[in-house]
Design a protein around this ligand. Sequence first.
Ligand code: CTP
Length: 398
Amino acid sequence: MLKGKKIVLGITGSIAAYKSIFLLRLLVKEGAQVKVILTPAARDFVSPLTLSTLSKEPVLTELFDEQSWANHVMLGRWADLMLIAPASCNTISKMAHGACDNLLLATYLSATCPVWLAPAMDEDMWHHPATKENLQKLRSFGNRILPVDQGELASGLYGDGRMAEPQLILELIRAYFANNQVLKGKRVLITAGPTYEALDPVRFIGNHSSGKMGIAIAREIAERGGEVTLVLGPSSVKFNENGIEVIRVTSAQEMYNACLERFAATEIAILSAAVADYTPIAKAEQKMKKEGEGLQVELKRTPDILKSLGERKHNGQVLVGFALETENEIENARGKLQRKNADMIVLNSLNDAGAGFGHDTNKITIIYRDGAIKGFDTRSKDDVAKDIVDALIEKHYA
Ligand code: CTP
């Protein structure tokens, strides 16, 4: 049920606009209050009269007319969700570049709620690098891009680019609002990425972690209402999303300092970073010159962040760690959980195809404090993030 949920439905100029009439009908039937905004081009595809009759609200198009000015700021603040369906190639491009030449775009720029897009366009446009770049940009602003369908297109060709079916969009919205409440107000600390331990001003000891797993978890927690602080090591992934506080760090010591400073005020900590276990005892002030046939570097242990948080953990705080193992996986991961006083360990085995660093997929096993174990199939890192957050909620917040 979507009773009491306030949704701004933006419709743009695309042949798929007819589907939005069904979508509106479904949303209203579920109890949502829906205000529809049309772009000027959308009026050629659907009639404002149909939409206002179904929504029982005036349909908005113009930023202002002779008598009044549509308050886009209030609209953007009123909504619990802004959904642009269909989102045409043109509107996607304008959104990515901050254009503001109609009411829909002005509302988008003012929206304080999550914004979702259901793209619709011909296959060649969908696959064009410009469209991909625009969508990537919108994703990095924190907007959610719904999947497109494959099928017959307006051009008569067959391929990718059809707007997702209204029933699927409804289900995603239902799931979003159902999930969204669970972690509302919970402060969540997440570490991600590698750390670099400097040898001199130009060299470091590091590892291949991309940070993608931790970033996917940060997004998933934020989608379910959590207030996320992401302590991110030197990953090449650009990450700057609405509603997620990002602290960039380089070394294990910096990551440790950032985590310790925040842990006391945190309800959940998920430590997915691949923290270097050792760091050079001395960092050379100047670039080291090569001398002789070999080089010995003396290393010392870095602070163990997970263990330190485990020692400080108080009642009610939930601590999740990761383990990457190559042998005796379960036994080693169980030992790690005990030693570091964690509540859950997410185990990756390097023996599983598609798991670990550098892949877009992962295969995990979750080990709980009470001894229970749950295995999962190989899935995309986004889906694995969902599994991890589901497991956490099921165990501690259901
Ligand atoms: N971790 C940490 N601080 C460190 C090292 C690791 O917080 N200095 C965290 C990682 O983020 C991860 C978990 O501890 O959640 C991994 O434990 P770790 O003991 O480092 O496991 P491995 O890297 O697998 O190392 P080993 O098996 O050698 O103990």
